[in-house]
Design a protein around this ligand. Structure first.
Ligand code: CAO
Length: 438
């Protein structure tokens, strides 16, 4: 009898994804573990491997389809007409692990060294290690960490459009299922209490003013939009601007060229941030209003915004405080490359406690980055420029790097933001100071 291949759990609270590639067709012989299709969810692409060796009997999905966890994707006739590996008696439904999809060959720059596939496979729905995002004070406490939110597609669509995290919505349906009415009620409560969320009015028909084109919003853009709405509607942002004199760092960086791994200004800023975050722990925190506490993190995992063809991705560098500038530079280069080659796993993008967004390689004099909720601060960098600086009675040319620090004003006061930025500036101006810290 043919064996059904079902969509395994893609990650915590990830109930569905988009099929971006189907790698087999009916009649194809496949080996156990061979990639059958690629599914994109939560900004990462994962391969669904074949659970057995055999011949493809039916393909029930196509590129572009939305698929849910547990949905039958295809059926396979096992070698000799039966599954090669019997499922253990206790296991009712075999759910294979999924792993990050390999990059398409044509995307791979010819002269770059091969990038290793991450060794660790994504196991179905690992136990969550970080708290759920907290709602505004008007909202009730969120559901248990393990809860996969039960809600229909129309409810999910409504929640997405209104920027509502379904984790936060108390469900009134059977077994706690969240209904459209629950989402509306939730928004109403928030809006009447704090005016934090407002329904977006429907768009006019633009065709009445001229020709238009329609481009589907892909899952990465959708996820980015959801995250931005969540942060922008719940967090009172302030952006503080400063400059850091990176003349010495730039001279050192140029001097080090071809003597070791490539160093960019971002690697030095990451190191400086790791030191400053220890000195200003409220910047390395999350606000838990429901529990009435600030969660101060004793680890330093910094996300770095990476601009890719598919949109913004934010892989996370772990334990930046424990690494040298060389190691940080090397690791950041590898993560950015994996982001651009579609090789990041969901785990690579989780658990950050602070974020850096460097637009300086492109240009600009300053901007107001949006905090990567549930973090409380983000540092934006713009293009470092040679500028005349008045020193000891004369103007001298110095390379000034604009720093734009956005912070959650519920947690961080303006004076602390100014101190934090100045501390960064001092370390970048005099990088030897960084040697004094682990
Ligand atoms: N000012 C001046 N020069 C800068 C700079 C800055 N702020 N940032 C980088 N540079 C320089 C680098 O030092 C490097 O110079 P050399 O070629 O002389 O060595 C060059 O620009 C290219 O750097 P890079 O961009 O390849 O590497 P990076 O480590 O500085 O940055 C990364 C890595 C991933 C941050 C960057 O490639 C990137 O994707 N930036 C965009 C982030 C983004 O989209 N943010 C917006 C998020 S919100 O929509």
């Amino acid at each position: 009898m043919a064996e059904e291949v079902k969509l395994p759990a893609l990650g915590e609270n990830v109930a569905a994804g988009d099929v971006v590639d189907v790698k087999v067709k009916v009649g194809d012989d496949v080996k156990e573990g061979q990639a059958l299709l690629e599914v994109e969810a939560e900004k990462s692409t994962v391969e669904v491997p074949s659970p057995l060796a055999g011949r493809i009997d039916k393909v029930l999905i196509k590129k572009g389809d939305k698929v849910k966890t547990g949905q039958t994707l295809m059926t396979i006739e096992g070698s000799n007409g039966k599954p090669e590996k019997e499922a253990p008696a206790t296991k009712a439904e075999p759910v294979p692990a999924v792993k990050p999809a390999a990059a398409p060959k044509e995307d791979k720059p010819k002269e770059r060294p091969a990038v290793e596939t991450p060794a660790a496979e994504i196991k179905p729905a690992p136990a969550p290690k970080e708290p759920k995002p907290q709602a505004a004070p008007a909202a009730q406490a969120s559901k248990g960490d393990d809860a996969v939110i039960a809600a229909g597609p129309a409810t999910r669509k409504l929640a997405r459009e209104w920027g509502v995290d379904l984790n936060q919505v108390p469900g009134s349906g059977a077994k706690g299922r969240v209904t459209q009415e629950d989402v509306k009620e939730f928004v109403h409560t928030l809006a009447s209490g704090r005016g934090a969320v407002q329904a977006i009015p429907p768009l006019p028909n633009f065709e009445q003013w001229g020709p238009v084109e329609y481009k589907p919003v892909d899952s990465i853009r959708r996820k980015t939009a959801e995250q931005m709405i969540l942060s922008w509607t719940h967090v009172p942002h302030v952006s503080h601007q400063d400059n850091a004199d990176v003349t010495e760092i730039e001279a050192f960086r140029k001097n080090q060229e071809n003597k070791g791994p490539k160093l960019t200004v971002t690697a030095f800023v990451l190191k400086a941030c790791a030191i400053a975050l220890k000195q200003f722990p409220q910047f390395n925190a999350s606000l838990d209003l429901a529990q009435g506490r600030l969660v101060l993190k004793n680890y330093c995992h910094i996300g770095v915004a990476v601009d890719t063809e598919r949109g913004l991705l934010v892989p996370v560098l772990r334990d930046v405080d424990k690494k040298s500038v060389y190691d940080i530079g090397k690791e950041m280069g590898e993560l950015a490359e994996r982001a651009r080659l579609k090789k990041l796993s969901m785990e690579d993008m989780r658990g950050g406690s602070f974020t850096i967004s460097n637009l300086g390689g492109i240009g600009g004099t300053g901007f107001t980055p949006i905090i990567n909720y549930p973090e409380v601060a983000i540092l934006g960098l713009s293009r470092a420029r040679l500028q005349p600086v008045y020193r000891e009675g004369q103007f001298v040319p110095r390379l000034l790097l604009p720093l734009s620090l956005s912070y959650d004003h519920r947690v961080i006061d303006g004076a602390d933001a100014a101190r934090f930025s100045r501390r960064l500036g001092e370390m970048l101006e005099n990088p030897l100071v960084m040697l004094l810290h682990a």
